[in-house]
Design a protein around this ligand. Structure first.
Ligand SMILES: *Cc1c(COP(=O)(O)O)cnc(C)c1O
Length: 419
């Protein structure tokens, strides 16, 4: 048989032959994407309820972001960090505006933003808190996800992520998430900072209690500890506020950003913080990255933020406000299913977790795929719905009704087994 060169099978075979087997994949190859949908090489259409873990919050191939990218790519590409360029300043200014922070330092992938924050917390601890050199501790939460470098996996609780990759980086103390008294007990004179996700995304859409972050903030103020929030997934409008910490009425000392800052077309991450913290940690020659802060990054980052803030003429609101509105709608529709397989629906904005009574999340994801809805399980019992923030209401409705159909199939399966 002659293989159709444009088939899913062709692209999958090619990848499996030459690519590493490091990331388990669903069995199709995406070829084309637009807005909240994509199409595989066999022509099947999917609603994208993952949005690349929030990287395409502005919608796939967003025309304004693509235009900024292509115009800048034709005009000026990479020039190194050794010179100023004509786009990056405006981008940093915009990040400063949305974060309310004085200064911004950009890198590429999200985990590099996390690495920057670790450097900043440690350096600040040695300089300002006089922690003995190389003795700084950073408190993190169990069940976290902050990325995949050797340092960051050192404080992961996922065995799968770290096994065989040691020795591990010392200087991290792990405590239960959303357990303030355990966190308080872990603090000592070597504690430089606390690094937390405002909602644990990969951990299963775990939302802390309302008083958790205010208490953490108060503790940090009392002890002179820096509070650093990883807003890579929860930030840039995902939860219906520009940043998730706004829900808790607190401000961190360091904000880590990533994913949607690159508008789906460029890996852009970084930290936003005070001038004091930035100056204390970073001096000429001790940080840098070839592509970070290059002209294309500047153009894309700016366009990505402007797209989040742009008032959409038909709706009279921007994408951040839309995340809140459409998120509430999605959560209400899911709750209204009142389905016997669903234990809980939780979320903020368009970051929504659907908790099942049974460990069926992966099977549900496979069922949804057959129906043309792409969503991923984050835990055995949790499915995540986190579509692009521009998702049309009718695609939300379609996803919910297809989820209902898939879950009905499981009811038959479970009751059939019992009968
Ligand atoms: C995705 C993610 C990261 C890592 O970002 P990469 O771009 O994959 O390196 C870190 N923290 C959180 C909360 C994330 O969701």
């Amino acid at each position: 048989m002659v293989m159709n060169i444009k088939s899913n099978q062709f692209y999958m075979d090619l990848y499996d032959r030459f690519g590493a087997n490091h990331y388990s994949k669903f069995k199709f190859a995406v070829e084309r994407a637009k807005g909240a949908e994509f199409w595989d090489a066999d022509g099947k259409r999917y609603i994208d309820m993952l949005s690349c873990y929030s990287a395409v919050s502005q919608g796939h191939c967003n025309p304004r972001i693509v235009r900024a990218l292509s115009e800048q790519a034709r005009k000026c590409d990479a020039v190194s960090g050794a010179v100023y360029n004509s786009t990056i300043g405006k981008c940093l200014q915009k990040v400063s505006e949305i974060t309310g922070m004085n200064q911004v330092l950009l890198k590429n992938g999200g985990v590099e933003g996390v690495e920057l924050s670790i450097k900043a917390m440690r350096a600040y601890g040695y300089t300002k808190k006089k922690i003995p050199l190389n003795a700084a501790e950073i408190i993190v939460a169990e069940n976290n996800f902050h990325g995949r470098t050797t340092t960051v996996i050192s404080f992961s609780s996922s065995e799968r992520s770290k096994k065989g990759f040691g020795p591990y980086m010392p200087g991290f103390v792990s405590v239960k998430y959303n357990d303030f008294s355990e966190l308080e007990k872990a603090v000592n004179e070597h504690t430089a900072g606390i690094l937390l996700e405002p909602i644990q995304g990969e951990g299963g859409i775990i939302i802390p209690s309302d008083d958790y972050f205010p208490k953490v903030r108060e503790l940090c103020d009392k002890q002179g500890i820096l509070l650093c929030l990883d807003e890579i997934q929860t930030g840039m409008g995902r939860t219906g506020k520009m940043f998730c910490f706004e829900h808790y009425g607190i401000r961190p000392d360091i904000i880590i950003i990533g994913k949607a800052l690159g508008g789906g077309v460029r890996p852009i991450s970084g930290i936003a913080t005070s001038m004091d913290i930035m100056d204390t940690a970073f001096k000429p020659g001790n940080e840098g990255s070839t592509y970070a802060e290059d002209p294309i990054t500047g153009a894309v980052g700016l366009a990505a933020i402007e797209e989040l803030l742009r008032i959409r003429p038909k709706e009279g609101i921007n994408l951040v406000q839309r995340a809140e509105k459409m998120g509430n709608y999605l959560i209400n529709q899911l709750k209204a299913l009142d389905h016997s397989m669903i234990k809980e629906v939780r979320g903020k904005g368009l970051l929504v977790g659907i908790e099942f009574y049974e460990p069926i999340a992966h099977q549900v994801a496979l069922g949804l795929l057959r129906e043309g809805v792409f969503a991923k399980d984050t835990h055995e019992t949790t499915l995540r719905f986190a579509p692009p923030l521009m998702i049309p209401k009718k695609l939300v409705d379609e996803s919910v009704s297809k989820l209902e159909r898939v879950l009905d199939g499981f009811v038959e399966y479970y009751t059939g087994n019992l009968g």
